[in-house]
Design a protein around this ligand. Structure first.
Ligand SMILES: *[C@@H]1O[C@H](CO)[C@@H](O)[C@H](O)[C@H]1NC(C)=O
Ligand SMILES: *[C@@H]1O[C@H](CO)[C@@H](O)[C@H](O)[C@H]1NC(C)=O
Ligand SMILES: *[C@@H]1O[C@H](CO)[C@@H](O)[C@H](O)[C@H]1NC(C)=O
Ligand SMILES: *[C@@H]1O[C@H](CO)[C@@H](O)[C@H](O)[C@H]1NC(C)=O
Ligand SMILES: *[C@@H]1O[C@H](CO)[C@@H](O)[C@H](O)[C@H]1NC(C)=O
Length: 385
């Protein structure tokens, strides 16, 4: 992909005749494009393919680094690496999302916790596919933090589009968005990939304490701020921009959805009962409902939100419409050989495939197992029940 420079942004903007300050002849025009809307000035712009398609493959709950002192721990990681290589070679996605619990941090050591990030990056670097990540409860432990994982990612590959807290220290680190354009010189993106940090796990260090297990209420105003900036400069999203949202722990609203599943409408493994700790703000009664401001703001402000996608519950891979917001929620597929599992659950990925950048046309999604079997295929559009 060609590098999209700031100069190209200026030319692109000038050609649209927008936001140019009046300037005397012969002087370069100064444009007031907010840098917040050009978050990757030195990276190639992510674009749909020339045939209009865009394929996202999601690896979730890789759980590298379990029991380094036993034979089976490192062997699990060898297996997870094999799965990643197998899937990437045959699926050839345009973009990868790592949707949290990359590392089983409670088993890793201060001196080398993030070395496991390098193991996860190896198949991605060799396939040369851009990606971004969210972090999960197992990525926040005594010897590891979300920030340390992201820093390791950013310093060991140029393919990462993960950002550390673009709002500057106000929210949990993995809270950001990634623009994807239909064509590389377009004025505005056709798809926004949102990443939210559901925190959880425990704080770092000797006097570690439990962290809240939900996206903070303050993120609601960040969503409002970002979407209104996008609307102001790029125009309203309604007919032009679609969205996907990734967050490791499912929003609390998913608990009620689980109680009404129908295997015809909601195909895919449903082997993990949702209970305490399975969804956001469910770990302690004191936190009940605390992800609601996030859930309200996401659904009120992000238009054409094709799906909200989470991991965390390894035995679940279904999608369902969440009725209070009329939005589709999907579980990932447990990808790693680490982390809890059970006979027959298998390991694999979720694919999301767009046939066009047109946000009124929903993408298809399905589960692909390591061995190649696919299942639970649905289209993420208004016809989905
Ligand atoms: C990390 O350090 C531990 C303890 O020294 C060791 O057992 C383990 O193999 C190391 N892991 C890696 C990936 O080097
Ligand atoms: C690694 O994968 C092989 C082949 O699927 C499997 O038989 C074995 O149990 C796995 N080992 C671990 C430790 O996950
Ligand atoms: C954290 O790392 C230290 C130093 O490597 C190790 O002694 C300790 O057991 C680790 N703690 C946890 C909770 O894994
Ligand atoms: C942990 O708490 C103890 C007791 O309050 C204190 O003495 C110690 O300095 C703390 N350690 C760290 C690393 O903050
Ligand atoms: C499940 O959904 C299908 C398709 O809408 C419907 O025909 C069937 O009656 C539903 N099953 C139950 C148990 O509700």
């Amino acid at each position: 992909m060609p590098v999209f420079t700031n100069a190209a942004v200026l030319i692109g903007l000038a050609s649209f005749g927008l936001r140019c300050l009046a300037a005397p002849a012969m002087e370069p025009r100064v444009l007031s494009i907010p840098s917040a809307l050009n978050p990757y000035p030195t990276k190639p712009r992510l674009t749909f393919k020339s045939d209009g398609t865009f394929k996202v493959t999601i690896f979730s709950d890789l759980h590298f680094g379990e029991n380094a002192w036993d034979v089976w721990g490192p062997q699990q990681d060898v297996n997870s690496t094999r799965l990643m290589n197998t899937v990437l070679a045959s699926e050839k996605p345009d973009f990868i999302v790592l949707n949290g619990d990359q590392i089983t941090g409670e088993n890793t050591f201060r001196e080398n916790s993030t070395v496991y990030i390098d193991e996860i990056l190896a198949p991605i670097n060799s396939a040369n596919i851009p990606f971004c990540s969210t972090q999960g409860n197992h990525d926040n432990q005594v010897n590891i933090t979300h920030t340390e994982e992201i820093q390791r990612e950013l310093s060991h590959t140029t393919l990462s589009y993960t950002r550390i807290n673009p709002a500057g220290g106000k929210y949990a680190p993995g809270t950001y968005w990634v623009p994807v354009y239909a064509h590389k010189n377009d004025f505005q993106p056709a798809l926004i990939i949102w990443a939210f940090d559901s925190e959880a796990g425990v704080s770092e260090g000797a006097n570690s304490t439990a962290l809240p297990d939900f996206v903070q209420a303050s993120v609601a105003s960040w969503i409002e701020q970002e979407t209104s900036l996008m609307d102001e400069y790029w125009g309203p999203a309604d007919k032009t921009r679609g969205a996907l949202a990734f967050v490791h722990i499912p929003p609390h609203a998913v608990q009620a959805v689980w109680e009404t599943l129908n295997s015809t409408v909601n195909p895919g493994l449903n082997a993990d009962s949702l209970g305490v700790g399975s969804t956001q703000a469910s770990g302690t009664p004191a936190n009940a409902g605390k992800d609601q401001p996030f859930w309200d703001a996401l659904n009120a402000n992000v238009k054409n939100l094709h799906a909200v996608i989470s991991g965390h519950d390894h035995g679940d891979e279904w999608c369902a419409r969440e009725p209070t917001k009329d939005v589709i929620f999907c579980f990932d597929k447990h990808s790693g050989y680490g982390g809890y599992s059970s006979d027959g659950w298998g390991h694999g990925v979720r694919n999301i495939v767009f046939s066009t950048p047109d946000p009124s046309v929903g993408p298809e999604t399905w589960i692909r197992l390591e061995e190649g079997e696919t299942r639970a295929r649905i289209t993420l559009d208004k016809n989905y029940q």
